[in-house]
Write a protein that binds this ligand. Structure first.
Ligand code: ADP
Ligand code: MG
Length: 220
């Protein structure tokens, strides 16, 4: 099998022209994640089709196209419009009521929505059928502000080298806020606190999150 990508949690292999195998290096299971992806596809939300699920493996529709992260590196002048695209993906997702079987994370008192909770440019692929959202392992039911806040702290606190990259992410976040109506402010501290539990953080990212969990302002 040809390894086509290695994310922070999963290895992705090409099975053929139209399918990939996504395998967790540690953890899983994938039952809930695949159930949610199937549900979202039926709601018309852009996710890869799920063909098969066993333990830590999922066979998924193979998406053709760069990630939004690759597109940002290649076409940095499009940062504003890509940010708005990311915002619109939040907005469309949060229009969907959470199914009752989806575990609560950042729950509300009665109007829980589907939250991705890791919706950053590395988890969006730009395909012929438009942007498609991948990597649903953190998803839960709750307050849309938490989802937008998670993107803010993930992008804002990412350990990226260079001034250009830091300027770029400020512009990306501005575009994000332009593309969706949800104000993340009320959930920023709580989400920074929760993200501190992520085992993949670099020391710089963890230090940034600790400052924001303690209440240091917005994530740009
Ligand atoms: N359905 C797919 N089709 C093509 N490439 C994919 C697909 N799913 C994931 N990838 C590639 O694999 C990488 C890692 O996948 P992802 O699901 O985000 O795993 P991780 O949890 O490790 O980040 C993505 O950035 C993308 O390049
Ligand atoms: Mg990913």
């Amino acid at each position: 099998m040809e390894l086509i990508a290695r994310g922070r949690d999963a290895d992705v292999y090409a099975l053929d022209e139209s399918r990939v195998l996504r395998r967790y290096r540690r953890g899983g299971p994938t039952g809930l994640e695949s159930r949610l992806m199937t549900h979202l596809a039926a709601c018309g939300y852009p996710v890869p089709r799920v063909y098969e699920v066993t333990g830590t493996d999922m066979v998924l529709e193979r998406l053709a196209g760069p990630t939004m992260m690759d597109a940002l590196a290649r076409r940095p002048w499009q940062v504003g419009s890509l940010g708005r695209e990311l915002g619109r993906l939040h907005e469309r997702l949060h229009a969907l009521p959470a199914p009752e079987w989806l575990p609560k994370r950042f729950g509300t008192v009665g109007d829980d929505r589907v939250l991705h909770l890791d919706l950053h440019p590395g988890n969006v692929m730009l395909t012929g059928r438009g942007p498609v959202v991948i990597d649903w392992c953190n998803a839960g039911a709750g307050d849309p502000a938490a989802d937008v806040a998670m993107t803010m702290v993930t992008v804002g606190g990412a350990d990226v080298p260079g001034l250009a990259a830091r300027l770029g992410r400020g512009l990306l976040l501005r575009g994000l806020r332009g593309g969706c109506r949800t104000d993340p402010a009320a959930r920023l501290r709580e989400v920074a606190e929760a993200k501190l539990g992520d085992p993949n953080l670099t020391p710089t990212e963890a230090a940034w999150l600790r400052r924001h969990a303690a209440g240091g302002g917005e994530g740009a």
